[in-house]
Write a protein that binds this ligand. Structure first.
Ligand code: SME
Length: 158
């Protein structure tokens, strides 16, 4: 397996380079957790985010999945925090300043901004990709668009 290559260009260029590598690394012969683990690692080390990982829907909760970064809470109820909100809405939630998001769950006091992208199967949310930054205003439309592409590549495996 090749090592991660990171483009020296801007954010959009980095995502373009990353998406082609993710496409090559995704493995339809193993379970979703293994693929989530590689995606979390590739995103985390391309962009230097504070926390990058997945929560999976298990019963009526989100349960912590593969991630890179500091320790995180293991369970989140539907509708709670940014992750539970993205789950109940079924769409991406971008939070430029977590201190202004009612009900934000502060797994780490260093987190300042966040994006959560739901992964759907047959119209139902089965997991979310959650990324935290230690700076405010990190995530914009470029992140939303590209992270939704990455999550759709993953959901196509099932
Ligand atoms: N901040 C999230 C909780 C998960 S951690 O960021 C890893 C939320 O409000 O749902």
């Amino acid at each position: 397996m090749e090592e991660l290559r990171v483009s020296s260009g801007g954010k959009a260029e980095k995502y373009k380079c990353l998406i082609s590598q993710i496409d090559a690394v995704l493995d339809g012969t193993v379970d979703i957790v293994a693929n989530m683990a590689n995606i979390a690692s590739m995103l985390h080390f391309t962009f230097g985010f504070w926390w990058t990982g997945f929560y999976r829907v298990v019963g009526d909760e989100l349960v912590l999945g593969p991630f890179q970064g500091p320790l995180a809470c293991t369970k989140i109820a539907r509708g709670r925090g940014v992750c539970g909100t993205a789950w109940s809405r079924g769409c991406t939630v971008v939070v430029p300043d977590v201190s202004l998001f009612p009900g934000h769950i502060a797994c780490s006091s260093a987190s300042r901004s966040e994006i959560v992208v739901p992964m759907l199967r047959n119209g139902h949310v089965v997991a979310v990709l959650d990324i935290d930054s230690d700076k405010t205003g990190t995530f914009d439309e470029v992140d939303r668009e590209n992270l939704e592409i990455i999550v759709s590549l993953l959901s196509r495996l099932q």
